[in-house]
Design a protein around this ligand. Structure first.
Ligand code: HEM
Length: 361
């Protein structure tokens, strides 16, 4: 999907968008996000040193695998995909050297292993459909593709893999960056925690426990933290485009066939657009609508991120439970590397300290 153009791209995009509709986000995905957040956070112990990036990766991977293939953590198939996926990612940005043992060749092998697992799940589903005349009990993207679309087997595998890739890496990096920036800015941590204490208090008064969409809508400062994390962190630094015809742009001609790399971080770190651009300052977004000319972490145009609402929801819910239950200290100096994609070389080690339940309400 990520490299398709024209009608093929449109068809896949519309399936992805329908699958992540706001209705679905409210009624199904929000509770999945919360469940997977708690699964990860409840496994942490007080005064433990852990890799924030690895934990974020676990959360986003299991979340996507559940929504795409109804796979639950711990099942052999999902663990196999997780292992292969790690190898696949190591070779994604590597020279295309077709010799045995190169990261590129290992990535190709892992990709076909992942496809094989997905095809296996698809075969099982189709057999169930043939036996029972319907696909009972599934509400995932695979089910959606098999029942609501005319996509071929190959297209379905490609779409599911693209969703896993697009939805997993980016959110992992965004969560890691938020932990990193908040770990260095106690004032922002405290304001964020106060906001979530307010949400938790109101829920307790109403006798509610699980988060709902109205709670999410109250997370105003959280939204500022997420925006600032994406502006300064630049999860996606640049986009890949190719001019399919001669393009006139601000007095220049971009000839047909030329590759163009719009650099999003150039806008986000431009001092004439954002005051003190290297400073983590979530308050800059307070009472301010972010225009596309100053804030474009999700790209734009007909390739605007199809999962941006999901990403915001994931980050907000994760931060909600994180700041309510833990405070943390960065264990080492582990600045995010910026190229070819944002990464913490040492996995962002942090010490986590549990905050007593009584401190909540
Ligand atoms: C903070 C997290 C995220 C960031 C910063 C982000 C950023 C982006 C950007 C910049 C693009 C445009 C790529 C281009 O123009 O070539 C994109 C596309 C896309 N994103 Fe995201 N993304 C995030 C999370 C997600 C999530 C959670 C999903 C869920 C599956 C997702 C699914 C997609 C898809 C399917 C596309 C391709 C859209 C198309 O080609 O029509 N993204 N994303």
């Amino acid at each position: 999907m990520l490299s398709l153009t024209g009608d093929g791209h449109k068809e896949m995009r519309s399936i992805a968008m329908n699958f992540m509709s706001s209705e679905r986000l409210r009624t199904r995905i929000l509770s999945d996000i919360e469940e997977h957040t708690l699964l990860v956070l409840n496994s942490w112990k007080d005064n433990l040193c852990l890799s924030a990036s690895a934990e974020a990766k676990k959360f986003t991977f299991y979340m996507m695998a559940k929504n795409i293939l109804s796979m639950e953590p711990g099942k052999p198939e999902i663990e196999k995909i997780r292992r292969e996926y790690a190898t696949f990612m190591e070779g994604v940005v590597s020279p295309p050297l077709e010799f045995p043992g190169t990261p590129y060749m290992k990535a190709l092998k892992s990709r076909s292993e992942i496809c094989r697992v997905i095809e296996g799940v698809m075969d099982t589903r189709m057999n169930e459909m043939i036996r029972h005349g319907e696909m009972k009990g599934y509400n995932d993207m695979l089910c959606w593709c098999l029942t609501e679309s005319k996509l071929s087997r190959v297209q379905i595998v490609d779409l599911l893999l693209s969703m896993l890739f697009a939805g997993h890496e980016t959110s992992t990096v965004a969560i890691s960056l938020a932990i990193f920036f908040l770990g260095r800015c106690p004032k922002a941590f405290q304001e964020l925690r106060d906001e979530h204490l307010g949400v938790a208090r109101k829920k307790a008064e109403k006798g509610e426990s699980k988060l709902n969409y109205e709670d999410y809508k109250q997370m105003i400062f959280t939204d500022c933290v997420i925006k600032e994390t994406l502006r300064l962190g630049n999860v996606v630094k640049f986009l890949h485009r190719k001019a399919t015809q001669d393009v006139q742009y601000e007095g220049y001609v971009i000839p047909r066939g030329w590759k163009v790399l719009p650099v999003l971080s150039a806008v986000h770190l431009d001092g004439s657009i954002h005051k003190d651009p290297q400073e983590f300052n979530p308050w800059r977004w307070k009472n301010k609508l972010a225009s596309a000319a100053e804030f474009m972490p999700y790209g734009g145009g007909n390739r605007l991120c199809a999962g941006l609402e999901l990403a915001k929801l994931e980050l907000s819910v994760f931060l909600h439970h994180l700041v309510l239950n833990y405070r943390w200290e960065l264990a080492k100096h582990d600045e995010p590397l910026a190229f070819p994609y944002v990464e913490f070389e040492e996995g962002l080690p942090i010490y986590v300290f549990k905050i007593s339940k009584h401190a909540h309400i």
